[in-house]
Design a protein around this ligand. Structure first.
Ligand code: ADP
Ligand code: MG
Length: 224
């Protein structure tokens, strides 16, 4: 289980989020633009520091302001998928995938070759990112995030730079992750359709706070 209780001032409001996410499956973090979702994702990954609070995965603290704990991103075992793929441009797809890869962990399927088969990128392994289409790059970035994840994955609006047909394609790949990998996935979006298609649970964030959380279907019904 991932448990988070953090606060950070953000311009006109303060981010004050407390939540617990169980393994495995997809939990959506849903809310309008500017609600603080990306900041929250960066806080969990260790890319941005909260003013106070605690972040722990199972019995390991990633951050604890009371005890002076603040693990760097590479020691948190978090796979991150951003809106833009951010593959390393000078490395082949294969090198991108093997870079930062963690061995073993809780993944039953964890080799570059196996993951490449799952995400349909085997024919692309020798290519450089500049030669890939948007959808191919995002699939490679998804595979890399899984290989780099020991504990869980955060995806921050991973479909927003893709057109409708490619969105649907990538959603099909994201759907394959929960049965293959036994860890939690936090999926950030402002699309109800994506929440309903992918997530079991949804957490609704507004102005830096959890407004409500529960089953994805219930949450999307009540959120007008
Ligand atoms: P979302 O991803 O939900 O659109 P963001 O987390 O990107 O929201 O931003 C929420 C608000 O926090 C914005 O008003 C943004 O300008 C502000 N913000 C983002 N990062 C920081 C920071 N490191 N310090 C202060 N304010 C920030
Ligand atoms: Mg954002």
């Amino acid at each position: 289980m991932l448990s988070v209780d953090v606060s950070k001032k953000l311009g006109i409001f303060a981010l004050e989020i407390s939540l617990q996410i169980e393994n495995p499956g997809i939990t959506a973090l849903f809310g309008p633009s500017g609600a603080g979702k990306s900041t929250f994702a960066k806080i969990i990954a260790g890319l941005c520091a909260p003013e106070r609070g605690r972040i722990a995965f199972e019995d390991k603290a990633f951050f604890d302001s009371a005890k002076g704990v603040d693990l760097p991103p590479e020691r948190r075992g978090v796979g991150f998928l951003f809106q833009e793929h951010r593959l390393f441009p000078h490395m082949s797809v294969y090198k991108n995938l093997s870079f930062g890869r963690v061995a073993g962990g809780r993944r039953p399927c964890c080799g570059v070759e196996e993951i490449s088969e799952v995400f349909g990128i085997t024919p692309l392994l020798d290519r450089k990112p500049a030669s890939l289409s948007g959808g191919e790059s995002q699939r490679a970035a998804l595979a890399r995030a899984i290989l780099a994840a020991e504990n869980f994955i955060i995806m921050d609006e991973p479909l927003s730079s893709l057109d409708e047909a490619l969105k649907d394609d990538l959603l099909g790949y994201i759907e394959k992750i929960p049965p293959l990998f036994g860890f939690p996935i936090i999926y950030i979006t402002h699309s109800k359709d994506e929440v309903l298609r992918l997530a079991e649970k949804a957490v609704i964030v507004k102005e830096g706070r959890v407004e409500k959380s529960g089953s994805a279907a219930e949450m999307m019904k009540s959120d007008a």
